[in-house]
Write a protein that binds this ligand. Structure first.
Ligand code: HEM
Length: 415
């Protein structure tokens, strides 16, 4: 996850002073004022997304089946490049996506593998393979040129003027901020991590939203009534009290993040103090050891969440479950983790998802297309008899930190 030597980011830095400085710079770009200024990027890119998606329609106005995985990756990337850096990557329309996403996917797989087996990184295998690929693979060369151009433009765009929420990171890396922050390598590490990971998280949430709502019509109808009562098709939906106060919308967002936590893997933490034990059996943790648990497993634990694989936003509405059960579930539901190393952009994610989900359901009807996502034979559910198991969006992560390869397939119809 450290793309170049010394390229620590807020997420990867271990040194506490460095982490504090990097996080402070990052957070200065995601204040309420910055979010309001750059928010139009969300709708701007959704409009391009739908104009492309709905180009071909059947006699009843339904668009052709769209593979959400690939469309939402492009949408996520274009949105975050625009929102974060003021860049128009236009992957929704450009053939560049044919070499950008495969390259990012390989990189993600590599990160996932290295995370579990850091020795592979220490042996320098990744750098060696990357260099060889540049000579033998035209796609790798195209990606490398595209990526270098992306970095140059991101820096040029945000050095003397801020054009997105990641601008302070660029300015910090150019030595333009008073307080200590990023050096150039750390600016590149931070910029790459923030753009790519948030793009993937956004895409994943939108895929989960369309998948689960298509399978749970009562949720679809309930949310549609609520959102369509507040906004009309064509109206610009922005982040504000109307969205923030929508309890059911927020419940849907939380339920999507519970069943498809965008950061689904294990978040390692190092034990710093003696005397720490884990679990009911009080397993001792020696100082210096790493401990972690996958959010994906935690959020499907039936001891915490009743009917764990059922998509049921009502579980988050106060009064549905006994208070003690609901507050225990709420306490354990930590998609952004907790503490000083929690997600520094959780509020940004909620804002983007709220605007996007509302925009989709106000302006479009959607349904599952006859195509189904492909799951390999070895991908199985460990809860086949649970309520809702038949509608699980199962995915293979292939050691990678994020995502799956295709599906769900969705059709849209303009309202
Ligand atoms: C639904 C979307 C998102 C989820 C579920 C999510 C989740 C997480 C999680 C679990 C971590 C901790 C990782 C670890 O330490 O192992 C994290 C870290 C981080 N996230 Fe997010 N994230 C999301 C979106 C975003 C967005 C949109 C941004 C940027 C605007 C962002 C920026 C960061 C940063 C900078 C860190 C590092 C924080 C630190 O270590 O101090 N995230 N995120």
């Amino acid at each position: 996850m450290i793309p170049i030597p010394d390229g620590w980011s807020t997420m990867t830095s271990i040194d506490k002073t460095l982490h504090h400085n990097l996080r402070r710079v990052f957070r200065s770009g995601v204040t309420a004022e910055c979010l309001t200024r750059y928010e139009p990027a969300i709708l701007r890119n959704l409009e391009v997304y739908f104009s492309e998606l709905t180009k071909v329609k059947d006699a009843e106005g339904w668009s052709a089946a769209a593979d959400m995985r690939s469309w939402n990756l492009s949408l996520g990337f274009d949105t975050m490049a625009d929102f974060g850096l003021g860049l128009q990557t236009d992957l929704l329309r450009s053939p560049a996506r044919e070499f950008v996403f495969p390259a990012l996917h390989v990189h993600e797989k590599k990160m996932g593998l290295w995370e579990q087996l850091p020795i592979l990184n220490d042996l320098g295998i990744g750098h060696f393979v990357s260099r060889v690929l540049l000579f033998v693979s035209p796609e790798a060369k195209l990606f490398s040129d595209w990526y270098n151009n992306f970095l140059d433009e991101a820096i040029r765009n945000n050095t003397f003027q801020s054009r997105g929420i990641f601008a302070p990171v660029i300015q910090s890396g150019q030595g333009l901020l008073e307080k200590p922050g990023h050096n150039r390598a750390q600016m590149i590490g931070e910029g790459a991590f923030s753009t790519f990971s948030s793009a993937d998280a956004y895409g994943m949430m939108l895929s989960g939203f369309t998948h689960y709502l298509s399978h749970y019509p009562h949720v679809y109808n309930k949310l549609a009534i609520e959102m369509r009562g507040k906004f009309k098709p064509g109206q610009k939906i922005t982040w504000g009290p109307q969205l923030e106060s929508s309890v059911y919308l927020r419940a849907v967002i939380d339920e999507v993040m519970r069943l498809l936590p965008p950061a689904c893997g294990v978040h390692w933490r190092e034990c710093e103090r003696p005397g720490i034990t884990i679990g009911a059996n009080k397993f001792p943790m020696p100082v210096g050891s790493d401990v972690g648990m996958s959010l994906f497993s935690l959020f499907r634990d039936g001891r915490i969440f009743c009917n764990p694989v059922q998509f049921w936003p009502e579980r988050w509405i106060p009064g549905t479950l006994p208070e003690a059960e609901q507050s225990f579930a709420r306490k354990m539901f930590t998609p952004f983790l907790i503490g000083s190393r929690n997600c520094a952009g959780g509020h940004v994610a909620i804002m983007i998802a709220s605007v996007a989900f509302a925009h989709v359901i106000v302006n479009y009807d959607f349904q599952m297309a006859p195509e189904r996502h492909r799951t390999s034979a070895h991908v199985w559910s460990n809860a086949p008899n649970e309520v809702g198991a038949e509608f699980e969006l199962r995915f293979q992560s292939h050691y990678s930190i994020a995502g799956w390869e295709s599906g769900p397939f969705i059709q849209f119809r303009e309202r």
